[in-house]
Design a protein around this ligand. Structure first.
Ligand code: C2G
Length: 728
């Protein structure tokens, strides 16, 4: 047996498929898998019957160190390779490492972090490019190299890891190397240093890829929810460093240098801030241990350090807790001052937090924002208009815009998102009405009323229901969690959304079961007259029927942050030829789409109204809606008009990008179509299509539109602003 792969399993049910799947698909086969279950049941591995998996268990929940030690007791391979149950390998990882096998030593591969699942990671061009772009280097034999590389590749002391290394079992056995089970966070560090000290040779091979999964759900994965300066971590870090140092000969400056450097960084970033926050007795206790620990620091590290860490070392060595805390505080202050003097953005944030938020609250001011200030639209628009019509002069209003002035029918101030003015009002206004998320650093003040209207019934999975957030920031879930804590009211368009919002946003504030204010317009009695008016405003001939094409955005097609691409798959030329006599087309792309398609060659047949403020007005004038996975169809259904679903990339969208909340084949109230021909064909026989889908349509409306009655705005305003029956 060449390799024993030891997998510590702590109930990572959602991820173990990727881990075992990647082992099952290895190009190298001479290995066994030892899966050590740590205080949990073993996972279902029936899909991998061919994989030689042996199960073992720790006695209770012993932690990763205990699990790995159990694995070492069982291992029979010439080499050992450790994995975490939520990580995975490239198909040739073991083969590449074995090619460079080092009897009596270590071959270490390359770690790559990702928050993508295996499928997305390997399907994703960007990641693959990065991987292919790397020259496959092998560094031969140099022990110093390993001492430099293995600690230095880690972001922090805690990140120093034995993952991705092919370790000769002989070394481990002969020297009885074990993981320290009393270390919860740092057990890899002394283990690695021992292995390196006894290894005859090390070798790095960059194409032995180990893919380490990052998690973006610190809220539901409590192992990641560690207090920032967790006391246990600080003391353990010092202890692990002391143990690790024993295995590097004192006279070997070079080898000591790297570990010492990591420790000093840990001192600056974690220990020092812990001391600042700690009570005097704890400060003292920490500095006594630190003083002892710093005695192990070699001289080789000093040339690598700047002034501030050197100063902290000096205070630490002198056992001066007060000095260390003072120096850390002063340094942090200087850094803040530097930041706000050198960046306008930081300066605004500083003023927002430290000055504006301390000023008196403006009790009569309401801020509105719709789609990040890009338009005057959606539920905030209708709430604004209702307040103005029914309670003129009662409030002062401020609308957020995205740099372009919004055209507003009533008097209101405007401010550019993230301008000084914006920060000023965000800090002082009592009421905030947004249809999306507020900035992460928003401070909820006592007395603030935050109305979140949101912007659609969810079809695509949201936040905490998404396993991997493929394009958003890895902090997405954490940020979302923080943001929803500030919301006082959330509007639910139907029971289905309410249930999802509660779970997927982890929202526990007040839910307004009212339907969407933005949909009231669809129930207006003067609808016909309004339709004529809108058509004439837009220059759309009154005798033509209107097809509205309103697709959503795709998570994987983007230029940059919130700048998404859109490729028109609908053949307008053909549509014009075959439907032009009776119909015109309105193209309406999602507000995230950066491309603005030039439709001038279809003048008189197709209009690009992607920049038109309010899609509800476009719903009103259209006879047929074509969409895909956009929430627009839940709203449009209120009109009971026919809908077609142009789902040309259904499989990719469903499986790789998001996943859906509903069984689309079963529930969509219209046909799913994949080619322009099919769309044209369905439009030609639209009356039949309508009839075919009548039953589904009825069921759909019952489930998703039954709360809508044209009075949502009124109900929302009454609940949030406490205005009952006082209307003009
Ligand atoms: N929208 C629009 N034009 C489009 C697509 C969407 O004006 N072509 C508007 C609609 O008001 C729609 C809203 O943006 O309801 C949200 O768009 P979605 O396509 O559903 O996508 P997303 O912004 O990701 O929101 O819970 C809802 C989800 O969060 C979806």
């Amino acid at each position: 047996m060449k390799i024993s792969v030891i997998v510590a399993y702590h109930d990572e049910k959602n991820y173990i498929r990727d881990c075992l799947g990647s082992l099952a698909e290895q190009s190298f086969h001479d290995f066994e898998v030892i899966m050590v279950c740590d205080g949990c049941d073993k996972p279902d591995v029936s899909d991998w019957n061919g994989l030689p998996i042996h199960f073992a268990r720790t006695g209770g929940a012993g932690g990763v160190a205990a699990a790995r030690n159990v694995g070492l007791d069982t291992a029979a391979g010439e080499y050992i390779f450790f994995m975490d149950a939520d990580d995975y390998l490239a198909p040739d990882t073991l083969e590449r490492l074995v090619e460079r096998e080092v009897p009596g030593g270590v071959a270490y591969g390359r770690l790559q972090s990702t928050w993508y699942s295996r499928k997305v990671y390997f399907d994703n061009g960007e990641e693959l490019d990065r991987q292919n772009g790397v020259e496959h280097k092998v560094y031969d034999g140099d022990m110093d190299n390993a001492y430099e590389y293995l600690p230095m590749r880690a972001k922090s002391l805690q990140g120093i890891t034995i993952l991705g290394m092919l370790i000769s079992r002989k070394v481990v056995q002969e020297h009885s190397i074990r993981f320290s089970e009393d270390l919860h966070y740092f057990s890899d560090l002394p283990f690695l240093m021992q292995v390196l000290s006894y290894a005859e040779k090390t070798l790095s091979c960059e194409d032995g890829l180990y893919i380490k999964r990052k998690h973006n759900d610190p809220v539901n994965l409590p192992s990641l929810l560690q207090a920032k300066d967790d006391e246990k971590k600080v003391f353990e870090g010092m202890e692990a460093y002391r143990r690790a140092k024993k295995f590097i000969p004192a006279q070997d400056e070079n080898k000591n240098q790297y570990l010492d450097y990591k420790f000093v960084k840990w001192l600056v970033t974690r220990i020092a801030s812990f001391v600042v926050e700690a009570k005097p007795a704890k400060q003292k206790e920490t500095v006594i241990v630190l003083q002892d620990t710093l005695k192990l620091l070699g001289n080789g590290v000093y040339p690598m350090l700047r002034h501030h860490p050197k100063k902290l070392i000096r205070y630490g060595m002198a056992g001066d807790a007060a000095g260390l805390a003072k120096k850390t505080r002063n340094h942090a202050r200087k850094q803040t001052l530097f930041r706000i003097c050198t960046s306008r953005a930081k300066m605004k944030r500083y003023l927002y937090e430290k000055v504006f938020s301390k000023m008196k609250m403006m009790e009569d001011t309401v801020i509105f924002e719709s789609f990040f200030g890009k338009s005057y639209s959606d539920s905030p628009k209708y709430i604004f208009e209702y307040l103005n019509e029914k309670y003129p002069g009662k409030y002062n209003y401020m609308w957020v815009n995205a740099g372009k002035k919004l055209r507003l029918p009533y008097s209101s101030g405007q401010m550019k998102r993230f301008s000084f003015k914006y920060f000023y009002y965000m800090a002082r206004a009592k009421y905030i009405v947004f249809n999306g998320r507020q900035p992460q650093y928003f401070i909820k003040r006592k007395g603030n009323v935050f109305l979140e209207t949101w912007h659609g019934t969810p079809l695509k999975k949201l936040v905490f229901d998404m396993e991997d957030v493929t394009t958003a920031s890895p902090l997405y879930k954490e940020q979302f969690y923080v943001q929803t804590r500030s919301w006082d009211y959330l509007v639910a368009p139907n029971q289905f959304s309410e249930d999802i919002f509660r779970r997927a946003f982890m929202y526990d504030g007040k839910m307004l079961e009212t339907g969407y204010p933005r949909n009231d317009i669809l129930y207006r009695e003067d609808k016909k007259q309004l339709m004529r008016q809108i058509k004439s405003e837009l220059g759309i001939p009154e005798d033509k029927k209107v097809i509205l094409y309103a697709p959503t955005w795709r998570d994987d097609e983007f230029y940059g942050h919130a700048q998404y691409k859109f490729t028109l798959k609908l053949d307008l030329e053909q549509m014009k030829r075959e439907l032009g006599k009776e119909y015109v087309v309105i193209l309406r792309t999602h507000y995230f789409i950066a491309d603005f398609l030039d439709l001038s060659q279809y003048e008189g047949f197709a209009w690009n109204l992607s920049k038109y403020d309010d899609i509800a007005r476009l719903y009103l004038i259209s006879d047929i809606l074509i969409t895909d996975y956009s929430s627009v169809f839940f709203d449009y259904a209120n009109l009971r008009r026919p809908m077609l679903f142009f789902t040309y990339d259904l499989e990719k969208y469903r499986s790789v990008l998001r996943g859906f909340y509903m069984d689309v084949e079963e529930e969509l109230p219209g046909p799913m179509l994949f080619e322009t021909e099919e769309i044209i064909e369905s439009i030609r026989r639209i009356d039949e299509v309508k009839e075919e889908y009548q039953e589904k349509y009825d069921r759909f409306c019952k489930k998703y539109c039954s709360w809508e009655d044209g009075h949502a705005t009124e109900k929302v305003v009454h609940a949030v602003f406490g205005l009952t029956g006082q209307e003009k």
